[in-house]
Design a protein around this ligand. Sequence first.
Ligand SMILES: *[C@@H]1O[C@H](CO)[C@@H](O)[C@H](O)[C@H]1NC(C)=O
Ligand SMILES: *[C@@H]1O[C@H](CO)[C@@H](O)[C@H](O)[C@H]1NC(C)=O
Ligand SMILES: *[C@@H]1O[C@H](CO)[C@@H](O)[C@H](O)[C@H]1NC(C)=O
Length: 740
Amino acid sequence: MAIARALLVLLVATAQAWMPDTNARIEVKYGDETSEQFVGNAMEPDHFRILDKDDFSIIVGGRNTVYNLSLYDLSENTEQRLAWQSTDAHRELCQVKGKSADECQNYPRVVARTHKGLLVCGTNAFKPLCRRYGRQTHSSPLEEFDASGRCPYDPQHNSTAIYTNGQLYTATAADFSGTDPLIYREPVRTERSDLRLLNDPSFVGAIASTSHVYFFYRETAVEYMNCGKAVYSRIARICLNDKGGPHTFSDRWTSFLKTRLNCSIPGDYPFYFDEIQATTELINGVYGSGNSRNDIVYAVFTTPQNAIGGSAVCAFAMRDILEAFEGPFKGQESMNSNWLPLEKHKVPDPRPGTCVGDSRTLTDSAVNFIKTHPLMDRAVPSFLARPILIRVSLQYRFSAIAVHPQVQAMNGNKYDIMYVGTDDGRVIKAVNVASNEGEFDASVDEYSKSPVRTVVISEVQVLPQGMPIKQMHVALTTEKLIVASGDIIKAVTLSHCGNVRSCRECITLQDPHCAWDSKQQQCSWVGNRQFPNPERFLQNVEYGKTDICNKLPALMPGHSNKNPGTKKPKLSDTDDILNEIPIEVIENNVISEEKNTNNKHETDLLTVEAADGNIYSAQALLTAVVASCVVTLMVGFVIGYLFSRRFRHPFFTDTSPFNEQHNHLNRRSPLETPLNTNSGFIATRSKNVNMVANVGPLVKQDNLHLELGKERTLDLRNSTESLDKDLKCGTLQKVKKTYI
Ligand SMILES: *[C@@H]1O[C@H](CO)[C@@H](O)[C@H](O)[C@H]1NC(C)=O
Ligand SMILES: *[C@@H]1O[C@H](CO)[C@@H](O)[C@H](O)[C@H]1NC(C)=O
Ligand SMILES: *[C@@H]1O[C@H](CO)[C@@H](O)[C@H](O)[C@H]1NC(C)=O
């Protein structure tokens, strides 16, 4: 356990080296603030999904019902409610096939407002069905048709749909068992059971441009040729005007291309967050100090379920996505050779994947090429070349994201404010305060200096602990954040300016939504508003420099009695300066640790803090590493001692108090190690013993590098990666035998 803990600490510490300051300035416990909520059917599961929205309302699919909810207070526009039950026959057949009574209901998963009226598709007790309604939704449907390929069978399936250009594009599964994934627009689909196209995908989102539809998903990576399997995140696209191919290809896409999304921490051995979980819509904004605009999409990524919980937010620029699709294709010489970039001369002309006038006139060879080469060679790099927010935690992973785009600060700069939902019901509000810095240098295709400096403004337990957030939406008109889980939808406030009372605390928030109102002497919501006398409002989003609070004593009469001595803000002046210099992270962290050690003793601190994904000091880290080394050595010594005793004095062992323990050691199978039985976070890996075997030298090696600041990160990553490989491929099996 000590070793597992040390390992976790190492990982957390590494994460801290990646991200200097991710402590939330404001933390709100569950139930500590009022919010509106909608529970639908209180007694039975609803599997809510937000299916559509306009400025003042959202459409939500629940159990046998489509709800229209007001974005002001989540009250239902009951006259718009649409009730739709499956027939008894459908429900019974569904249960006969082995599904539960709850699953055998109708859960609407697709709603589209078409020019003719409303299109609604539901799971209909595992027999998906679409209905077309006229303008009056409460009247009976005009038409009913099979929804296979448009709507999933299983209400929990990770499907996505987008209605654009007068047509419905869906990414879902077209069979009862969920084994026939497809991307579909009547009548064209992806090839059935071709693992090169879709390999056990989980779809998470879609966006449309004037010429293409893009789908975001994760899937088993066909190009991953090492032992074991890997899941990669993808973006795929199809042309809006794809009419299918010639002859036998008439109902198959001729423009389906996909590529990997690269959300990773750069380095000699990049650390990847490979599993995309959610995306935002396309956001158009100004980033960097120039005035160039970019279309970007934010997405949340996680490490695999069976790995230590790491989550990240990455953004992707449309420009980079297009570039990846213009780059080389990936190809494979034969079944077992590696996937490599295809040489130019092997690509037919016109280039496969470009949108052509009539795809049915394409040659067979062109269609065959794209069928066998749907994967691009280049991954889409993340915007700013690194994640914007990273968290390491045993307790939660990111599961949803919404962005309040381009919020204007008092100084005119614009910021995207991110709301990140987790699978344990909390919402993290963060902003990259450096998003207006850095010059994009087109010649080297990079920013001149690191433009990522993310601060976490607040962390709010919106849902009860353990309830995953499935979807989020920033309602601009009503200034609410909509948070949806399977059985409850909540509307909460976008900011917590009022939770802090002093000028210094208010400035330290670095929240573009909040500024210190020097007239009213309070921290006020200023988000996106224009004020006639902006000098009244103090704010410093970039650095949270609180000296502005002191500079204007005349303006602020109540200043002296509100300030330092009585209630100390979370960060001191020194911190503010340190925050600007990532190298100084360690010192900064020492301060935060001092605060904590007062009430918890050290080992507890390590676990508890790790669970929260909080900051560590180098000292705590060092102590943990040294402690686990010592423990390892001692255990080794004791075992060695016991063995030697047994072999020298066999008659002693019968009476020795260690006898039982010793026998127990002998009997224990390698799979019963405490690592495996107690801790869920590496549970499914069967070679945990190897890990123990490897940790000794690993820990020592990193220990040596501790003082070397930046180098430490590299080394750690290096070791984790090789450890990971070894685990996967089982190359450490021999080590195990000699060690034990
Ligand atoms: C919800 O109902 C209102 C009328 O009560 C309507 O104006 C609005 O468009 C509906 N919302 C959606 C997203 O269709
Ligand atoms: C859908 O996504 C959720 C969240 O990532 C995951 O837990 C679940 O296993 C996925 N469902 C399927 C059928 O893959
Ligand atoms: C992903 O990005 C990182 C950092 O920018 C880079 O080092 C790495 O090679 C990229 N990986 C792929 C597969 O393109």
